[in-house]
Design a protein around this ligand. Structure first.
Ligand SMILES: NC(=O)c1ccc[n+]([C@@H]2O[C@H](COP(=O)([O-])OP(=O)(O)OC[C@H]3O[C@@H](n4cnc5c(N)ncnc54)[C@H](O)[C@@H]3O)[C@@H](O)[C@H]2O)c1
Length: 254
C-alpha cells in the first residue's frame, strides 16, 4: 500500500446496501484497501455475488441477509460482526410521486428504509464502537437531492435531508469519543436505481445530468466508492460532520 493513510488492513467495515451499485463498489474497494467487509442487504443473491467478487480477489467478506428496517436483525448482525471500525450505511430506495399524490404508505416506506435504516445502523454500530472504546468512522449516504428542488421526489429528498441532519447531530455527539460521522451526497450515478427511475418515468435525467455537468458525464458507482474509502480511512482523520459531493460539479454549494 503506497499511501499508508488509505490502508485499512486490520479494520472491519459494515456496509449496508452492498448487494449492488454504490454499496457493492464500496465493499469491493474497502476490501482491496485491506478491510474485512461485512456485506449487508435484503438481496441474498446479490450479496453472495459481492462476496464472491471480493474473495476471488483475495479479500475477506461476510454476508448478512436482512432488511435494514428490522432493528433487531441489524443489532444481531452487528453483534455477529464483532469489532467494527467503519460503517457505510448505503442501503436506500427511490420513490417518485408528486406531493399531491403521495400516500402515507409511500412516505412511511421511504422514511423507513432511507432514514430509519441509516439511523438504526448508526446507533447499533456506534454503540458497539463505544462499548470497546474504539475510534471509528460512520458514513451515511445522502444525495444530491438535498441540494436542489426535486419535483416528484418529496419522500426521497425529505429522507435524505433527515440523513444529513442525523450526520451533523451524530458528529457533534460522537466526536468526543473519536467517532467521525460524515455524509456522501452523490450526483447522478449509473446503478440499478437510476436505470429503473429513467425507465419508469420515461425520463431523460441521465442525459440532462450529462449536459449540466462541467465534467460532461454522470458518475459510476466506483466514483462514490472512492469517496467512501476516503471517509473510512485515516486520510480524512480531521473531517467530521461534513457532506462530500461526488457529483461531477452539477451543484456547487458553499
Ligand atoms: N445512484 C444514484 O444516482 C444515487 C445518487 C444519490 C444517492 N444515492 C444513494 O446511494 C445509495 C445506493 O444507491 P444505488 O444507486 O447503489 O442503488 P441500488 O438500487 O443499486 O442499490 C441499493 C441497494 O440497497 C439495497 N436495499 C434497499 N432497501 C433495502 C432494505 N430495506 N434493506 C436492506 N437492503 C436494502 C438493495 O437491495 C440494493 O442492493 C442509496 O441510498 C441511494 O439513495 C444514489
Amino acid at each position: 500500500m503506497p499511501l499508508a493513510a488509505y490502508d485499512l488492513t486490520g479494520r472491519s467495515a459494515f456496509i449496508t446496501g452492498s448487494a449492488g451499485g454504490i454499496g457493492r463498489a464500496s465493499a469491493v474497494l474497502l476490501a482491496q484497501a485491506g478491510a474485512t467487509v461485512h456485506c449487508v442487504d435484503r438481496d441474498e443473491k446479490g450479496l453472495l455475488e459481492t462476496q464472491e467478487m471480493i474473495t476471488r480477489a483475495g479479500g475477506a467478506a461476510h454476508t448478512h441477509h436482512l432488511d435494514v428496517t428490522d432493528r433487531s436483525r441489524l443489532r444481531d448482525a452487528v453483534a455477529a460482526a464483532g469489532d467494527l471500525d467503519i460503517l457505510a450505511a448505503v442501503a436506500g430506495i427511490m420513490h417518485t410521486s408528486s406531493v399531491l399524490d403521495t400516500t402515507d404508505e409511500d412516505l412511511d416506506r421511504v422514511l423507513a428504509v432511507n432514514f430509519k435504516g441509516v439511523l438504526y445502523a448508526c446507533q447499533e454500530v456506534a454503540r458497539s464502537m463505544i462499548a470497546r472504546g474504539a475510534p471509528g468512522s460512520l458514513i451515511t449516504m445522502a444525495s444530491g437531492a438535498v441540494d436542489a428542488a426535486n419535483p416528484g421526489l418529496l419522500c426521497y429528498s425529505a429522507a435524505k435531508a433527515a440523513v444529513v441532519q442525523l450526520t451533523r447531530t451524530l458528529a457533534t455527539e460522537l466526536g468526543p469519543r473519536a467517532i467521525r460521522v460524515n455524509a456522501v451526497a452523490p450526483g447522478w450515478i449509473r446503478t440499478r436505481m437510476t436505470a429503473k427511475h429513467d425507465a419508469e418515468q420515461q425520463d431523460r435525467t441521465e442525459a440532462a445530468m450529462v449536459r449540466i455537468s462541467p465534467l460532461g458525464r454522470v458518475g459510476e458507482a466506483e466514483d462514490v466508492a472512492h469517496t467512501v474509502l476516503h471517509l473510512a480511512s485515516d486520510a480524512s482523520g480531521f473531517m467530521t460532520g461534513q457532506i462530500l459531493r461526488p457529483n461531477g460539479g452539477v451543484a456547487m454549494p458553499w
